[in-house]
Design a protein around this ligand. Structure first.
Ligand code: KPL
Length: 304
C-alpha cells in the first residue's frame, strides 16, 4: 500500500513527492489520461537537502493508498478526479490555489475524507520532457514556505496519517480550522497573481510604491468579504502578508503570470472571481477585484 498517491506531476506535486520520499514515504503518481503505467523521473534542487533524485510509478488508475494529494490547477481538479473511484478509507488532500474547487468534488467522497491545504512553498519547473509515456521533470525549490492542512469539516480530529505528515514534513502544520489560512492565501493570490500577469513582471516588482494603493484596496475588499463569512482578517494584516510573500518570492514569476504568458487558462475564477462571487452573495461591492477579474478574462479571450 502506498502512503501517498499524487495527482499533478508539476512543481508543487513534484516538490512534495521528493520531500516526502526523503522521509521514507511510499509514493506514486496518478494521471487518468494516460493509456498505460509509466515512469516519472524527478530531480529536485531542494533548499534543505540539495539535489534529490527519484523515480516514481505513474499509474492511470488509483492504486491502494492511504492519502491522495491533489496538486493541480484549481480548474483541473474536477476533471482530474472524474474517472477515479476514491475508496472511503482514502483521505483526499487538495493543495490548490484559490477557493471553490473543493465544492465541485464533494459528491465524489464523504465530507470527512476531505482535507484542504494552503501551500506557500515556492517551486519552479526548470525542465519537463515527456518521452513516449515517461516524464522527466527537473524542479527547483525556490522558497521555503509552509504547508498548512486542515479538515473540510471544521474542528474534526487530526487523523494519524496527518500526524505522520507533520513528522515527515517539518514545514507541515495542522489547523483544525483551515479557513482563515485559506483566506490569507487567497488574499496573497488576489494581489500577486493578477497584478504580475497584467504587468508581466516578477513578484518582487510589486513592492514598489506604484502598486501599494491597488494592493491596499484589494486587501480591504478581501478582508470585508472574509468578515461576511465569519473570518476575521484585518486588511492591514493581509497587506503585510502579501508584501512578505512578494519579498520572499521576489525573483519568481507567479503562476498566473506564467499561465497568461504561455497562453494557458488561468485560475482567476477561483481567486478574484471567488471573492467577487462571495461578495455578490452578501451584497458587498468589490470593484478592485472585479476589475482585475475582467482584465485577466479579457487577456484569456484574446489568447484563445
Ligand atoms: O501562489 C503563488 C502563485 O504564484 O500562484 C505565489 C505565492 C504568488 C507565488 O508566486
Amino acid at each position: 500500500m502506498y502512503d501517498y498517491a499524487i495527482i499533478g506531476a508539476g512543481a508543487v506535486g513534484g516538490l512534495f513527492a521528493s520531500l516526502l520520499s526523503q522521509n521514507k514515504q511510499q509514493l506514486c503518481f496518478v494521471d487518468s489520461r494516460l493509456s498505460q503505467t509509466s515512469l516519472l523521473e524527478l530531480q529536485v534542487d531542494s533548499i534543505e537537502h540539495g539535489l534529490i533524485f527519484n523515480k516514481f510509478k505513474l499509474y492511470n488508475r488509483l492504486p491502494v493508498c492511504r492519502s491522495l494529494l491533489v496538486c493541480v490547477k484549481a480548474h483541473q481538479v474536477n476533471s482530474a478526479l472524474s474517472s477515479l473511484v476514491i475508496p472511503s478509507n482514502c483521505k483526499l488532500m487538495l493543495v490548490v490555489n484559490g477557493m471553490g474547487s473543493h465544492q465541485e468534488i464533494l459528491e465524489k467522497l464523504l465530507p470527512q475524507q476531505l482535507y484542504l491545504a494552503s501551500n506557500t512553498h515556492g517551486a519552479l519547473i526548470q525542465e519537463k520532457v515527456e518521452e513516449k509515456a515517461n516524464i522527466q521533470l527537473k524542479l527547483k525549490h525556490t522558497g521555503l514556505g509552509q504547508l498548512i492542512v486542515g479538515p473540510y469539516l471544521k474542528n474534526a480530529a487530526k487523523p494519524k496519517d496527518l500526524i505522520k505528515l507533520e513528522q515527515t514534513l517539518p514545514s507541515a502544520n495542522w489547523q483544525s480550522n483551515i479557513y482563515p489560512s485559506l483566506w490569507r492565501k487567497l488574499a496573497i493570490n488576489c494581489c500577486i497573481n493578477p497584478l504580475t500577469a497584467l504587468h508581466n513582471c516578477r513578484n518582487g516588482e510589486l513592492l514598489s510604491a506604484e502598486f501599494q494603493p491597488a494592493i491596499s484596496a484589494l486587501c480591504q475588499e478581501v478582508s470585508q468579504v472574509a468578515a461576511s463569512e465569519q473570518i476575521k482578517l484585518s486588511a492591514e494584516e493581509l497587506q503585510q502578508t502579501v508584501l512578505q510573500v512578494a519579498s520572499s518570492t521576489a525573483n519568481n514569476f507567479s503562476s498566473m503570470q506564467q499561465d497568461i504568458h504561455h497562453q494557458r487558462a488561468s485560475e482567476i475564477s477561483y481567486i478574484n472571481g471567488y471573492v467577487v462571487k462571495q461578495a455578490a452573495k452578501h451584497g458587498i461591492a468589490c470593484p478592485h477585484n472585479q476589475h482585475l477579474l475582467q482584465q485577466i478574462q479579457r487577456l484569456e479571450k484574446h489568447n484563445d
